[in-house]
Design a protein around this ligand. Structure first.
Ligand code: ATP
Ligand code: MG
Ligand code: FE
Length: 336
């Protein structure tokens, strides 16, 4: 099976060809970060316009790199949500046109299922598992008892982890997207500033990061009122320590309660060095729990992960059709 994946949910135009759900033959990502940087975030209209300009080129490049034509493909998988409606529609319409022209089945993929299945491009999944999804728009603990089965056992009540990183970065005058910059500063600083950790109710797997974000802003504000300066490195380190502490503690508790075989890390914030090493350390002496972390290039948005998740649906015989539409708020539900 050769699946062409297409991803346009936010600010990367991406296409990839995957063999048998596991092997990357090509993985092309055209990032728009430079166009959005000066606005400090993604501007939906600009994103759509870039997708229109890039989609054909990116798809052609993915086929070329894989040394294939449309005749060699088995199916086309495309992100149908969640994401920016105008951005999603560009990918969906391209997928529909190509599927129709070349008489190929079309598969609609949930973007977060894609982030989770990025792990399958590295290593086989074993169930049951817990996936910690940390991205620009999501912070979720997802329980999977088999392929295509997703149960969200915890989620953020306010900001997503990546969103908190980007907002804190903005208050420190760091460029967008701020996550990697905070990560870098954090490693040069000391977690010497006391910041809150939102544990929420006793057994809760939910998250909340807006209080932490406000605490960072207040710390900066109060210091400047007193005419003091705060070392941004220490503030970044303290913020990161708080985020990582809550994420790792809840993930570990879920892994034990649900008696999982694997813990998966997924989403753009999975690129975070502090989070990766803290999870590794936390699981080091947990016998029988395997930790899976995708390489950096598969953590942020790409189409290889969409094709990998699409392959699972293909094998289950779950297809879309030419009436497929964009679903900006699509919930992550099981495909079973
Ligand atoms: P979603 O997947 O929820 O729809 P998205 O696709 O916009 O959102 P991703 O591309 O998965 O998000 O991830 C982007 C986010 O990851 C940004 O918020 C970015 O700051 C963050 N990020 C990337 N690298 C790091 C890092 N090293 N440390 C912390 N955050 C990071
Ligand atoms: Mg992005
Ligand atoms: Fe994403």
């Amino acid at each position: 099976r050769y699946i062409l994946g297409i991803e346009t949910s936010c600010d990367e135009t991406a296409a990839a060809v995957i063999k048998n759900g596991r092997t990357i033959l090509s993985n092309i990502v055209a990032s728009q970060i430079d166009s959005h940087k000066r606005f400090g975030g993604v501007v939906p209209e600009i994103a759509s316009r870039h997708h229109v300009e890039q989609i054909t080129v990116v798809v052609e490049e993915a086929l070329q790199k894989a040394n294939m034509t449309f005749q060699d493909l088995t199916a086309i998988a495309v992100t149908e949500g969640p994401g920016l409606v105008g951005a999603l529609l560009i990918g969906i319409n391209a997928a529909k046109a190509l599927a129709f022209a070349h008489n190929l089945p079309i598969i609609g993929v949930h973007h977060i299922a894609g982030h989770i299945y990025a792990n399958q491009l590295v290593h086989e999944l074993s169930f049951p598992l817990i996936a910690l999804v940390v991205s620009g728009g999501h912070t979720e603990l997802v329980y999977m008892k088999e392929h295509g089965s997703f149960e969200v056992i915890g989620e953020t009540l306010d900001d997503a982890a990546g969103e908190a990183y980007d907002k804190v970065a903005r208050t420190l005058n760091l460029p967008y997207p701020g996550g990697p910059h905070i990560d870098r500063l954090a490693h040069e600083g000391m977690a010497s500033i006391d910041l809150p950790r939102a544990w929420l109710e006793e057994r809760s797997y939910n998250f909340s990061f807006s209080g932490l974000k406000s605490a960072v802003i207040n710390t900066l504000h109060n210091a400047s009122q007193r005419g003091e300066t705060i070392d941004p490195k220490n503030l970044a380190a303290s913020f990161q320590a708080s985020v990582v502490d809550v994420l790792v503690t809840k993930t570990l508790r879920a892994a034990e309660e649900y008696k999982v075989k694997q813990v998966l890390l997924a989403g753009g914030v999975a690129a975070n060095k502090g989070l990766r090493s803290a999870l590794e350390n936390a699981l080091i002496d947990k016998q029988g729990i395997e930790l899976m972390i995708p390489p950096l290039s598969l953590c942020t948005d790409n189409a290889a992960m969409i094709a990998a998740a699409g392959d699972v649906l293909y094998q289950k015989g779950i297809f879309g059709d030419l009436k497929m539409n964009a679903h900006p708020g699509l919930p992550l539900t099981s495909y079973l």
